[in-house]
Design a protein around this ligand. Structure first.
Ligand code: FPP
Length: 247
């Protein structure tokens, strides 16, 4: 079946260049099984591996995963520690495999808020995978879109104060260059799992014209077939970017 689906995706031709994912439902996946929440996050890591493989196979160029939000800092210490341990484990375990398959991993967000071992794990995965040309994988960690926009405003204001930027010349591109996603195209498709219809402070600027796809599965149950189904659904849509017809 996957080969058939991949053929259909390729025949349809317009594969989304950039897919972003809000990986929701790890906690509920665990609760349903009477397991602690962190068990859901660990299971979610397997779904991450599957999504990365599916993105590579489908010809997606950029995959952006919301792994830890600014708001997640308000969770109990034990859960934050579990999520940081998971980030480190992912970086350690997957680094070689990602490098071998041509995946360039970047961690975007307020990385300086992470503890030193987690920052070191981030540095190592980025260093080892640098230059990968099959897929760019963005792990959004300690990320919040409002915080990102506030940070961008501060950067531009400081440049204007120092006489390096004329306020009159500021346009959308100037602002984009101050975001964590500088240089990347906006997501074409956003997938959110666990049936929730919310953006949850994720990429508020970049998602302006993105197609939304809500999957009912909890993230740990989200398979490569679900990923392909989202792409096929995207390919059936007509994107108009505010115009009358696509062009
Ligand atoms: C949302 O589920 C998910 C998270 C807060 C963490 C996402 C992290 C992973 C999927 C692990 C992969 C991590 C890396 C570093 C690749 P939730 O806890 O909000 O679930 P709930 O809504 O059911 O409570």
């Amino acid at each position: 079946m996957p080969t058939d689906v991949l053929d259909r995706i390729r025949v349809n031709s317009h594969v989304p260049r950039h897919v972003a994912v809000i990986m929701d439902g790890n906690g509920r996946w665990a609760s349903r099984r009477g397991l602690p929440r962190h068990a859901g996050h660990w299971e979610g890591m397997k779904a991450v591996r599957e999504a990365v493989e599916a993105a590579c196979a489908a010809g997606v160029e950029i995959l952006t995963l919301f792994a830890f939000s600014t708001e997640n800092w308000k969770r109990p210490r034990s859960e934050i520690d579990a999520l940081m341990a998971l980030l480190r484990a992912y970086a350690e375990k997957e680094r070689e495999r990602l490098a071998r398959t041509g995946v360039e991993a970047r961690v975007l967000g307020e990385v300086d808020r992470l503890d030193p071992p987690s920052r070191e794990a981030v540095r190592r995965i980025e260093e080892r995978t640098r230059g990968g040309s099959v897929l760019r994988l963005n792990l959004m960690v300690s990320y919040g879109a409002r915080e990102e926009l506030v940070r961008a405003a501060r950067t531009l204001a400081a440049q204007a104060r120092d006489g390096r930027l004329d306020p009159e010349s500021i346009d959308a591109r100037t602002l984009e260059r101050a975001l964590f996603t500088a240089g990347l195209p906006d997501p074409d498709l956003l997938i959110r799992t666990s049936g929730e219809f919310r953006i949850s402070n994720f990429m508020l600027w970049q998602l302006a014209y993105t197609e939304l796809y809500i999957a009912s599965a909890y993230w740990p149950d989200f398979t490569r077939e679900d990923f392909y189904a989202a792409i096929l659904d995207y390919q059936r849509r007509e994107r108009r970017f505010g115009r009358v017809t696509a062009g």
